[in-house]
Design a protein around this ligand. Structure first.
Ligand code: ATP
Ligand code: MG
Length: 409
């Protein structure tokens, strides 16, 4: 991609109302645009990052047997009344009435919709288990939408739903998905904890949150100083310095702040009982399906990455989720086109700064956008290019072959 054609241009100043780092940097660097509070456009650079995040999620969810599909966002009131969530989740739901007085909800989640699919399609134990998911928009009337793209009123979610013949089967699969989530967040590169938490408007049971350690996060978790046990402040009714309830050796201490990037819910039979989703077991007895759901917010993941990986010059992407593999900065007398073509030929995704602006402006934009590798071609560098990683101050002069070899590894 030629940077001269990239929409939009970077900006020197952050929007006046921007409070959080992800808001300031993602807008300045041209990844997102705010339409109104909580409502964001993913611009070309932002969509490239989200596409990579989604692909990591997709690969790991497919690996545990998830089948991708796509469900609607406009739902009839009746389906939400079946479980009582039309009233119970009133605060976060966007409800609307059309010109014929019919009432609808804009999706804030999809459990009820999946239940409807299951009751139309599940007859016997032989039709189970089922594991289905989609990536789609969620609408939630969030009270505060001040943390940039961490808290949208309209945002992207990957939500997976699984249905089972027994609690045992549900729990086994739940653990598999938990392990898939660990792989996802490791591949993305987060420093995170699996945290016991409440089920909100989803369930009375405990759930597990994936919480990224971040000094500016909204959540507070307590962790054991010896084992992996961690618990969200909202359900922790013990005291700091108490013995760990799991390993019984360590002490519980307060870890200041985190951001929730994923949450998994072992929901049980509550939904099936209310929505009459039954199957015939091996003896022909009618049983409710065991149900679980699993969410990740890719847009929040992108914002969280910026919160934990930036410096005063801009964003620092890693290889896994960077919008481009390489930022090729062409200075006067450089061989931009030639090097661009050679890299592209090898499947390397390049943002080529071919603009007619000063070297200073090119370098500060490269730092702001934050692609992990910057290459400089100039008259002085001749046939070679200067290789610099965004996360380091070191420069080295390499041949284009050396660069290709580095990407081959
Ligand atoms: P929070 O407690 O932060 O409001 P939640 O617990 O209500 O989030 P879940 O219902 O667990 O959210 O949603 C699953 C995932 O969707 C979250 O882990 C998060 O990654 C993402 N998510 C939830 N709400 C938002 C939002 N308003 N904007 C962006 N992403 C969100
Ligand atoms: Mg949650």
């Amino acid at each position: 991609m030629k940077q001269s054609q990239l929409f939009p241009k970077t900006r020197k100043e952050a929007p006046k109302d921007a409070e959080s780092t992800n808001h300031k940097l993602l807008v300045r660097a041209g990844f997102v645009d705010q339409l109104m509070s909580g409502s964001w456009t993913l611009l070309p650079l932002g969509l490239k990052v989200i596409t990579k995040i989604n692909q990591i999620i997709r690969e790991e969810i497919n690996a545990v047997g998830g089948q991708e599909m796509l469900m609607p966002l406009l739902h009839p009131k009746e389906i939400w009344s079946e479980t009582g969530r039309w009233d119970k989740a009133d605060e976060i739901m966007y409800k609307l009435t059309d010109s014929r007085k019919k009432e609808y909800v804009l999706s804030f989640t999809h459990e009820e919709i999946v239940m409807d699919l299951l009751r139309k399609n599940i007859k016997s134990y032989q039709d189970l288990p089922v594991s289905i998911y989609h990536f789609s928009t969620k609408f939630r009337n969030e009270l505060r939408a001040k943390s940039g793209i961490l808290r949208g009123r309209e945002f992207m979610m990957k939500d997976l739903y699984s249905a089972h013949v027994s609690e045992e089967d549900m729990v086994n699969y739940y653990e598999k998905v938990k392990a898939a989530y660990v792989k996802i967040f490791k591949r993305i590169g987060f420093n995170f904890k699996i945290v016991e938490a409440s089920g909100g408007v989803f369930t009375e049971r405990h759930t597990h949150e994936f919480q990224v350690l971040d000094a500016n996060g909204e959540d507070i978790i307590y962790v054991c100083d010896k084992c992996d046990f961690a618990v969200n402040k909202e359900i922790f009714d013990g005291n700091e310095h108490e013995k760990c309830p799991v390993c019984k050796q360590g002490k519980i201490e307060k870890k200041e702040k985190t951001v929730e990037v994923g949450n998994i819910f072992p929901l049980g039979t509550w939904y099936a009982e209310r929505m009459r989703v039954y199957f015939a077991d091996e003896k022909g007895l009618k049983k409710p399906v065991w149900f679980a759901s699993y969410g990740i917010g890719p847009t929040r993941v992108m914002g969280t990455w910026v919160e934990v990986s930036h410096d005063d010059r801009g964003i620092i992407w890693n290889k896994a989720i960077t919008p481009y593999d390489v930022h090729l900065v062409e200075l006067p007398g450089g061989k931009g086109k030639e090097i661009y073509e050679r890299l592209k030929e090898k499947g390397i995704d390049v943002l080529w700064d071919d603009r007619n602006v000063s070297a200073g402006e090119k370098f500060s934009d490269a730092d702001l956008i934050g692609i992990p590798v910057r290459l400089v071609t100039s008259e002085r560098n001749g046939e070679n290019v200067e290789w610099k990683e965004r996360s380091s101050e070191e420069n080295k002069l390499l041949s284009v072959d050396d660069v290709l070899a580095k990407f081959n590894k």
